[in-house]
Design a binder for this molecule. Structure first.
Ligand SMILES: C[S@@+](CC[C@H](N)C(=O)[O-])C[C@H]1O[C@@H](n2cnc3c(N)ncnc32)[C@H](O)[C@@H]1O
Length: 303
């Protein structure tokens, strides 16, 4: 007897299913923004002045890409966050926010996590290895790790035993961006439109990135990353119009990169002053929002 073949789903039926789930996901984002009042909102950019662990400002399965740099627990003087926990407590805080990020991300969503490779202040720790393990335990799948060569040699503060093998200190003056994804690496939702150039794609798929860190003084925040970092992540790993989340927004760098590269963005920070700083950077560093002001001016002139 010849076995009857079960017909495979045609491409068009599969595409139909994909677009249905995408539509549901975008409705979810819309619902959220009606529920909770943002600190700032303009043209697809939202800042929430909340504790990320407590807030409900982002709906489950609504995020395409997370780009963030959490507190490193190295004694930085933030306004509203204690950066000197025990390592055990720090990892428990890390587990909570990473698990929450997982819930908020779409099934084909990605996570670019900027953390230190190692820690030597207050005792050596394998920070990147420990946090990556936690992320995998919370469901994230591992893709690869980018080394960010910040060229910051001033980080070298101790030699240990100078010119002696007794107890020398070795430290790599780099940070990392760990690349994770929720269920599948291949992106099927969203506009499917990319805006990365050939040169950018070739350069950035080489996982050693070399560019300078950002000046704390210039930005007015104790630990900003440069716009170059979220810009590369956004252009490599998301489509135009996707929704990007930064749960630790700080001075707003990720939202500046979103505005400059036609992505929607949601940023959360526990500190009101940093939210104000993020808002003023969006207004000053992006033509995206300035256009809105031009229209308003024209309208005013007409009256
Ligand atoms: C390393 S900084 C992020 C800097 C950011 N990438 C930038 O370019 O400015 C970490 C930020 O996390 C914020 N933060 C700490 N705990 C938080 C929490 N529970 N919820 C939301 N934000 C928090 C701090 O206020 C700080 O601004």
């Amino acid at each position: 007897m010849t076995k009857k073949k079960t017909p495979k789903k045609s491409k068009s039926i599969r595409r139909k299913h994909q677009s249905v789930s995408t539509a549901k996901e975008s409705i979810a984002v819309h619902k959220t923004h009606q529920k909770i009042k943002p600190f700032y909102q303009s043209k697809g950019l939202y800042i929430y002045n909340n504790d990320f662990l407590k807030t409900n400002c982002v709906d489950d399965k609504s995020i395409d890409l997370i780009v963030t740099s959490p507190p490193y627990n190295v004694g930085i003087e933030y306004n509203s966050h204690q950066d000197t926990m025990s390592y055990k407590k720090y990892l428990s805080f890390t587990r909570k926010w990473i698990a929450k990020c997982y819930r908020l991300t779409k099934n084909d969503g990605r996570f670019c996590l900027n953390i230190p490779l190692d820690k030597n202040k207050g005792g050596q720790q394998s920070v990147c290895a420990d946090i990556t393990t936690i992320a995998k335990e919370e469901g994230w799948k591992y893709h690869s790790t980018i080394i960010w060569n910040e060229q910051n040699i001033s980080r070298r503060t101790a030699w240990g035993s100078w010119l002696s093998a007794s107890a020398p200190y070795v430290i790599a003056p780099v940070e990392v961006i760990v690349l994770l994804y929720k269920k599948q690496w291949k992106k099927i939702s969203g506009s499917r439109k990319s805006d990365i150039t050939k040169k950018e794609f070739i350069d950035w798929t080489n996982g050693v990135w070399t560019f300078m860190g950002e000046s704390k003084k210039r930005i007015g925040h104790p630990a900003p990353f440069p716009v170059e970092l979220p810009k590369r992540c956004i252009k490599l790993f998301s489509f135009i119009d996707d929704t990007v989340l930064d749960p630790f927004l700080g001075s707003g760098t990720t939202l500046v990169a979103c505005a400059q590269n036609n992505r929607k963005g949601i940023g959360v920070d526990i500190d009101k002053k940093y939210c104000e700083l993020a808002r003023s950077r969006i207004l000053n560093e992006t033509t995206f929002v300035q256009q809105e002001f031009c229209i308003t001016k024209e309208q005013i002139n007409k009256v």
